[in-house]
Every structure is written in C-alpha cells, then in structure tokens.
Design a protein around this ligand. Structure first.
Ligand code: PBG
Length: 339
C-alpha cells in the first residue's frame, strides 16, 4: 500500500502503534496481575492421611493437615496474598456443631496453618454452615408457615456468631461470610467486637449468586445438599439487588466485599467495585470451581490454550474491578508471575 493509500484508509490516528511490540504493550497495560492479590482456596479433610484428588477439579486436592501445611508454605514462598480454608468434616448434624467446635476440622486447620505461616500470608476462613450440616444448607432449618422446610435466618445468625468466635480464636485473620443470610455481617461484627476481636477482618460475600458454577465445589466438600440455595443466594437474573446487598453489608461494617462467581458476572463486579470504591471498600471476586473446571476440561481436550486462558480470565476479573481474586490457580499463577 502506498503512503497516500494508508492516509486515505486510516488517517493519522493509528491505535495499532501502541500494540506494536511487547515492550510497548507492557508500557500501556492498564491491568497487571500480582501474587499479593491472589487468594488460594484450600480444602482440608478430617482424618485424611494424605492429599486426595478432587475428580471434577483436576489439580485440586482435599488436603490432610500435613499436606495443607506444605501447600501453605509453598504459597508463602510464592508471595500468595491469602489462603481461604474450607473444612470437610467426617460427621455432620442438623445445626453444624463441627463449625464452632475448636476441635472441628476447619478450626484445627486454621490453627495449624496460622501456626505455620504466622503473619507471612493471610489466613482466611469460609464462614458458612453448609459443610457442617447433614442437610447441606448454609443455615439451620425450621418449618415455615405452610409446613415447608425453610432456612431459619435469625437462628442461623446465632450459629454464625459462634462460628466467627471459634475461627477468630483459631487464628483466622479474615472471615469470609458466604452464607447470604440477612444481617450476617452486623451480627458477626458485633460478636467479634464484644469479645475484644475488633482486629479480625470481615470479608462479605456480598453479591453471591445461586449458581450452577459451584458444582465441582460440592464434590470437593462432599456436599449432601438436596435441592438448591435459591431462597438465600441471589437470582442470576438480577443485577440491582447486588448493589443493595453491598450497601447493606458496608453499613453493617464489612471491611471488604466480594462478587461470586466472577467471569460470568463481570457486569455485576464492575458495578459493585464502583459502589464499594466510593465508600473506600475493596472488592474481591471469586473465580469459582465451575469456572476452573470449564478451563481444565476444554484444555484437556486441546480446545483452548490453558495457560493463556488462565491468565486472560484473571486479567479480565481484575480489569472489571476486583482488587483481589480468589482462584484455585493462585499458587500456579503466582509462580508464573515470579518467573
Ligand atoms: C459456601 C461456599 C460455596 C462456595 C464457596 N463457599 C458453596 C455454595 O455456596 O454452594 C463455592 C465455591 C466454588 O464453587 O468454588 N460454603
């Protein structure tokens, strides 16, 4: 093409100039991933004598206490920002008593990991009853006005308050409130403060959707849930109620808010991050088990370039407004970023 032709077809404004070399693209990149903003979800199984693979999440394991400590130390070496622990208990009951028992698997794991890592990374606890109840719901059940079984919001809050104190005692720096009960942030904040634990951070899963993307997670924690969580988690059809949830959680004292799942909900994430930023509150996002499984399954068939899609998905989540990301890829990506 002649100069004249070039001028006629594109003119003097040429956005491609800023994409011309890797050095140029690095200079103008608006989103950069860093290990410190990655949070690694980890599963620990009561009574396990070694790690066991989670079939629907290739590369993810249910840890024993020993292998959990090894993983935690690897995360510290790679500069991973935090560890989010989930317990897989052997006994479950109607009210989830294992959740606030200091000898319950999650509390033992929190104490063990905190002892191993100190303050070198953040130790976080999933604060929810679903792994500990025999019915698999995130709260305790009662009978509704028409004889139906319902999750009892306010009775569940009492369980969450007890769980929060147990997790704080075990050494968690951050409590991840994922149950989607009304008023949970305020009740947990008050319980912590009344017990002299104003130091413990509350991360509210503020906008958490009732999502099919949690399927593989249910395998990972051996969930017993029959039915679904649609009476407490949000309807995927709705956007506005996310902002309502976020505002309520911030009013109740949430230190950070989260959107979950992440990639299918980037529109929500962008709005939530805006609203939270106006209040000076950081926003996190959770790249959930189904998002992980999708990438792994397509990659296994050779249909996508796995390593590229892993970084692209996390970059998209950060670009949409998440300051930090919970991802099962945290250790791997932190190592890749470290070079
Ligand atoms: C509740 C909880 C769930 C997830 C994180 N915390 C399950 C649910 O709400 O059904 C899902 C995370 C994932 O899918 O990776 N304990």
């Amino acid at each position: 093409m002649s100069e004249a032709n070039l001028d006629r077809s594109a003119g003097r404004i040429r956005p491609r100039r800023l994409r011309s070399t890797p050095a140029m693209r690095r200079l103008v990149a608006q989103t950069r991933l860093h290990p410190a903003e990655l949070i690694w979800p980890l599963f620990v199984r009561e009574g396990a004598d070694g790690p066991r693979p989670v079939t629907s999440m290739p590369g993810v394991e249910q840890h024993s206490l020993d292998s959990l400590v090894t993983a935690a130390r690897e995360a510290v070496s790679a500069g991973v920002g935090g560890l989010m622990l989930f317990g897989v208990p052997q006994q479950r009951d109607a009210t989830g008593t294992g959740a606030d028992d200091p000898d319950g698997i999650l509390n033992v794991a929190l104490a063990t990991v905190r002892e191993a890592v100190g303050d070198d990374t953040l130790v976080m606890a999933d604060l929810c009853l679903d792994e500990f109840t025999d019915h698999g719901h995130c709260g305790v059940l009662t009978t509704g006005p028409r004889g139906e079984t319902v999750v009892d919001n306010d009775a569940t809050l009492e369980r969450y308050a007890a769980m929060a104190l147990a997790q704080a005692d075990a050494g968690a720096h951050v409590l991840g409130l994922s149950g989607m009960m009304d008023g949970q942030v305020g009740v947990v904040r008050d319980a912590l403060d009344a017990h002299g634990r104003s130091d413990v951070v509350v991360l509210a899963y503020a906008a958490k959707y009732a999502s099919g993307y949690y399927g593989p997670f249910r395998d990972a924690v051996e969930s017993t849930l029959q039915g679904d969580r649609s009476t407490y988690q949000q309807d995927p059809a709705n956007a506005a109620e996310s902002l309502r949830e976020v505002r309520l959680d911030m009013e109740q004292g949430a230190d950070m808010v989260m959107v979950k799942p992440a990639l299918p909900y980037l529109d929500i994430l962008a709005k939530v991050a805006d609203v939270a930023a106006q209040a000076g509150v950081p926003t996190a996002a959770y790249q959930v088990s189904g998002e992980y499984a999708q990438i792994e399954a397509a990659a296994e068939r050779g249909w996508i370039d796995r390593d590229r899609v892993v970084l692209e998905s996390l970059t998209a989540i950060r670009r949409a407004g998440a300051g930090s990301v919970l991802t099962y890829y945290a250790l791997e990506v932190a190592r890749r970023l470290n070079g």
